[in-house]
Design a protein around this ligand. Structure first.
Ligand SMILES: *[C@@H]1O[C@H](CO)[C@@H](O)[C@H](O)[C@H]1NC(C)=O
Length: 341
């Protein structure tokens, strides 16, 4: 093989190897369908069923939500009110910026510095929900998720998360008993994931958002053995879209422009986009390799010409091309990386 081709291949293999190594949990997430821990539809009593009150309820009756302050924007008020109205016997806790910071300062002072230094407010909104679930237990619900029925059946599991299609989990609705080992692990992991990845969406997703939570979850399910340690998974049909679903999501209302809708769509389908990113990177890599081979063949019809080329043509051009190909892998994967929901 020609020297250039070998260099090209080695660089490609190195880049791919590093990516696979760095993102091995992420890659294994692609093949995780959550079925082992799924809450089966048949386990969930229909709305209004007598069976609901007979079930053991482990999670305390608390609903947590977050917002900057107490002035909830108009478009979210109906959703918020639907949850409050359906659950008059639940405690309702709204975690404003001020209240969140005071809570962290009082209960988790070791985290305050990280909390204060997050560059994006959404990271604090993400982090606080894990801390309040670890501390009080209860059910956390995003403000743009309204309630479609009472959440009582979901109180029967020590902890649950919501699965997203095609894989991964979201942090927009979660439930837990206080001090559940999964949420303890989540809050203990936050500091080491608090990194800046250069692009806001990736930084938020991977430091505190759904990507971070999915990776911690994927690692956790490999070690959780006891029944009480299990984190059950709410499947998409039970999350929204049916009369028996627990939530109805008001995302995508008129207040979203087209761009915002696209971003929200990408946020909801971040795993799909990640797979697409890898696939496109592979295709682009293949095409580049193919053009490179053609280019080398054209340039090197005879050994003499080839030797002359190696001597004359400054290697800069070749190396630049190789560099660009290597960068392409990284950039494409990063560009198509999930947008934050
Ligand atoms: C809450 O925050 C919003 C957005 O920053 C602001 O417009 C509003 O005045 C605030 N309300 C209160 C009660 O502080």
């Amino acid at each position: 093989m020609r020297r250039g081709t070998i260099i090209f291949l080695v660089i490609n293999l190195l880049v791919i190897g590093l990516l696979i190594n760095a993102f091995s949990t992420l890659i294994s997430l692609l093949f995780e369908d959550g079925s082992a821990d799924a809450i089966h539809r048949a386990e969930i009593p229909a709305p209004g069923s007598d069976l609901i009150d007979n079930r053991t309820q482990l999670i305390p009756k608390i609903i947590h939500q977050t917002y900057i302050n107490t002035s909830i924007p108009e478009q979210w008020k109906p959703g918020q009110q639907s949850c409050i109205d359906l659950h008059p016997d639940y405690e309702y806790m709204l975690w404003t910026d001020e209240k969140s910071r005071a809570f962290i300062a009082a209960e988790y002072p070791w985290f305050l510095e990280t909390f204060d230094n997050y560059p994006f407010p959404i990271q604090r909104a993400d982090a606080i929900r894990y801390f309040v679930l670890a501390y009080y237990g209860g059910i956390y619900i995003d403000l743009d998720d309204g309630c479609n029925r009472r959440l009582d059946p979901l109180l029967s599991y020590p902890a649950w998360l919501r699965f997203t299609i095609p894989t991964g989990i979201s942090n927009d609705a979660m439930g837990s008993v206080p001090q559940h080992p999964f949420f303890l692990r989540v809050i203990e992991s936050l500091q080491s994931y608090s990194r800046n990845w250069g692009m806001p969406y990736i930084t938020v997703m991977y430091s505190t958002g759904p990507l971070f939570l999915s990776v911690v979850w994927k690692e956790y399910i490999g070690v959780a053995r006891e029944a009480a340690e299990r984190v059950r998974i709410l499947m998409p049909g039970d999350y929204k879209g049916h009369s028996w679903s627990f939530f109805n999501v008001v995302k995508g209302n008129s207040w979203h422009g087209k761009d915002a809708q696209t971003i929200f769509w990408m946020g909801r389908h971040w795993m799909l986009l990640t797979v697409a990113g890898f696939a496109i990177a592979a295709v682009v890599g293949g095409c580049l390799w193919w053009s490179w081979t053609i280019w080398v063949m054209r340039r090197g019809n005879t050994a003499a010409r080839r030797r002359a080329l190696w001597r004359r043509a400054p290697s800069k051009e070749r190396y630049e091309l190789v560099d660009r190909m290597a960068a392409a892998h990284g950039t494409i994967v990063h560009l198509l990386w999930p947008l934050y929901d």
